[in-house]
Design a protein around this ligand. Structure first.
Ligand code: GLC
Length: 730
């Protein structure tokens, strides 16, 4: 078959061309030359050292001696200002410090966890939320966020699935761009924008067994098709920094992997910023077994392309000796220093190094920010079931019982990496419901704890349920059960929560299960027996109000799953863009790719989410039906709201290349549109498919578009939609 498009060598040339991206200017380069020329080796190395303010004995002295160029975890403006004053006026180089912090989904105004953000399929909303987070964080002296986390995750046992955009590289790339643009703006340099950081480069989410920090091992096809695209999208969006990951990637740890850090990131993509290691990841090369000591670890990491050492003390302790022993050159050090200085200069750090305490008072937790958080929370909610259209509920004339260990929990909704978020700022589900039903007597019983064997409270909860008209049952995970180090071997409800659910449902009262969780859960019993199910993830400070908005119909749920929900942990990894195999699963014969003790289909598929209204898809058109390998087809479809409520539908477009030189996934998301439709309203939506969407990496890692039939689906999820086809011909 004729190959078309960019060869990998071409990609490298492209990367060199792109390298002239507006990252720098002759003035900045001249300034870098001037600074570097005047820096002794020790001061250069200081620029490559990042330490956590709360984890070092004497931060002020480190600054005064020029032994540190960046801090993380400086949590207040006063400390930031004091350290910066020392750097600017007492250190040998007078180079400002860059303060980094994990502003992942908000600073004080906490937004939904990124997985819930992805469930909105609304990049403009995400971009605005990141801009708000930057507005708040920079006011208190933060310059740099270790976000967006863009790791693709296909295994919900991995706790960090909470921090990313789920299982799909297309959705993940859209969200990566939105977050980078939200944090940094269209160009670096504004005082109220943050330097962003695409992490964790690369493949971290493929940890074997879903066990955090575990080995990852994958083909080049999987690396380039699944795990790299969101990073490439972040680089295209201008991300200023990248964080190298903890994991061993195909035998070479990500923080010593020259192929990914230099060949792909810099030579193929033209990345001009700097790479910071993850916490102690350089020194952990010793544990990985690719370095015998810290000196070897430092040498390997610098040569691979890691410019700054986060809390590893490898660069601070070893680089000078390595230069003196001739094992690395001062030029190698200069290259890393230039990259760090380029970001410090391009981000305006020399112009505005200090916090803005007055602005902080105005913007932090402002009414506008809280309203934005409420809208973000609404859009992250996914309606998974609504038997008999139980929802939305009336706010009057209803005896409502709110039950469950998370109903009045104000900590869990913050989710992992909640920065300076405080439970006191959170509206719980119970509080949100009571606020929406003024004057009504909303009964509450906890029933049981999140994760204990104590069922002493179940009887009281069941009694309350039996006396109500409808039960809202709020169950799920604490925030420590996901996020970093939050891997789980089981995916059911922790503790005795499922017993509580079963006992409440057994009362025969209509039951709405509200899930608060940081990952897809395995909830087969609930999926079968609950009347309605709302997936509410961890939605931040406005969690309870948003849940009430959806429960009572003030907001018609529009969220769609960014990750597949398995029926049980035994199905994992299970994801929508899988290969067909030589024996695709059939339930009528054992001799196919299936289980004898479970279905092969997921509980809820990628892209799934219901609404309080009904959308009809019709008139799918693909024009032309035949194109050349560099051609484009236009796909259009009409979507009508045939229900009685206005709503937002997320129309999704998937393709399949059924015959190619390598096996291709049975579906691949290649486009989506978020559309508002009033009752009775219809809109015609169009998409375009060209080499960017139809191409793939062949067995030689070349990007090609191959002739043959292509299938198209346009619909409400990865499992359904109108079907059509077209042909690529030579
Ligand atoms: C952590 C995380 C990383 C975070 C960094 C700084 O170990 O892996 O995501 O940004 O350390 O807190």
């Amino acid at each position: 078959m004729r190959k078309l498009g960019l060869f990998v060598t071409g990609a490298v040339i492209w990367g060199m061309l792109v390298a002239a991206r507006p990252w720098t200017s002759p003035e900045i380069e001249a300034k870098i030359d001037q600074i570097v020329a005047g820096l002794p080796l020790e001061q250069k190395i200081g620029q490559l050292v990042q330490v956590s303010w709360r984890n070092v004995e004497d931060p002020e002295t480190l600054v005064r001696e020029g032994k540190v160029g960046s801090f993380l975890n400086v949590l207040d403006a006063k400390t930031a200002r004091a350290l910066q004053e020392i750097a600017l006026h007492e250190s040998p180089s007078h180079i400002p410090l860059i303060f980094g912090l994990d502003v992942i989904h908000g600073y004080r105004t906490i937004f939904p966890i990124p997985l819930a953000g992805a469930a909105s399929w609304d990049p403009e909303l995400i971009r605005r939320n990141c801009r708000i987070a930057a507005e708040e964080a920079t006011a208190e002296g933060v310059h740099w966020t270790f976000a967006p986390m863009v790791d693709i995750a296909r295994d919900p046992r991995w706790g960090r699935i909470a921090e990313g955009a789920g299982e799909d590289p297309f959705l993940g790339s859209v969200m990566a761009r939105a977050r980078v643009k939200g944090f940094q703006g269209d160009h670096l340099g504004d005082a109220n924008r943050l330097v962003a950081c695409a992490k964790h480069f690369v493949g971290y989410g493929a940890a074997i067994g879903g066990r955090d920090y575990n080995t990852t091992d994958m083909s080049d096809w999987t690396l380039r098709t699944i795990y790299l695209p969101p990073f490439e999208a972040a680089v295209e969006a201008g991300v200023a920094t990248v964080m190298s990951a903890f994991n061993d990637l195909n035998g070479i740890p990500a923080s010593a992997n020259r192929f990914t850090l230099t060949r792909i990131l810099r030579q193929e993509w033209g990345f001009q910023g700097f790479v910071v290691s993850d916490w102690n990841a350089i020194t952990e090369l010793i544990n990985h077994g690719v370095a015998g000591n810290k000196a070897e670890a430092a040498e390997k990491a610098l040569r691979a392309g890691v410019d700054m050492d986060m809390m590893g003390f490898a660069y601070s302790d070893e680089l000078a000796n390595l230069v003196r022993r001739g094992l690395i050159s001062e030029t190698d050090v200069d290259q890393a220093v230039r990259r760090v200085l380029r970001v410090k200069l391009a981000s305006g750090l020399f112009e505005h190094p200090f916090p803005d305490e007055d602005r902080a008072k105005r913007v932090i937790l402002s009414p506008e920010h809280l309203e934005a958080a409420r809208q973000a929370a609404r859009e992250g909610i996914v309606l998974l079931k609504n038997e008999g259209n139980l929802l939305p509920l009336s706010t009057t004339g209803l005896r409502l019982a709110v039950v469950g260990p998370l109903a009045d929990d104000r900590d869990a909704p913050l989710g992992s990496w909640a920065c300076l978020g405080r439970p006191a700022d959170v509206i719980s589900v119970l509080a949100g419901i009571r606020e929406a039903m003024p004057g009504s007597d909303v009964a509450f019983a906890k029933g049981c704890a999140i994760d204990s064997d104590d069922t002493s409270g179940v009887a009281e909860a069941v009694k309350l349920a039996a006396q109500s008209d409808v039960v809202v049952l709020v169950v799920g995970e604490s925030r420590r059960m996901s996020g970093e180090g939050g891997s789980r071997a089981f995916l059911g409800l922790p503790g005795r929560q499922l017993d509580l659910v079963k006992r409440v449902v057994a009362t025969g009262k209509p039951t709405v299960v509200v899930l608060i969780n940081g990952r897809p859960l395995a909830i087969p019993w609930i999926a079968e027996h609950a009347t309605a199910i709302l997936e509410t993830w961890q939605l931040g400070v406005q969690h309870g109000r948003a849940v009430a908005d959806v429960l009572f119909g003030m907001y018609n749920p529009s969220g769609k799953l960014p990750a597949t929900f398995p029926r049980c942990v035994g199905q994992v990894p299970i994801f929508y863009n899988h290969k067909n195999t030589g024996r695709p699963p059939r339930e009528d014969t054992r001799w196919t790719s299936r289980y004898v003790d479970a279905p092969s289909t997921p509980q809820f598929p990628f892209g799934f989410g219901l609404s309080y209204t009904k959308y009809e898809y019709r008139d799918l058109k693909i024009e032309p039906t035949q194109i050349g390998p560099a051609g484009k087809v236009h796909v259009s479809v009409t979507v009508e709201n045939v229900g009685r409520r206005a709503g937002e539908e997320i129309v999704q477009l998937y393709i399949r290349d059924p015959v190619a030189s390598v096996t291709r996934p049975v579906r691949e998301l290649k486009g989506f549109r978020r559309v508002h439709l009033d009752p009775g309203e219809s809109k015609r939506l169009s998409f375009e498919l060209g080499p960017e969407e139809l191409g793939f990496y062949n067995v030689r890692s070349e990007w090609v578009v191959e002739p043959g039939k292509f299938e198209v689906w346009v619909g409400p999820s990865s499992a359904e939609g109108l079907h059509g086809e077209f042909f690529v011909v030579d």
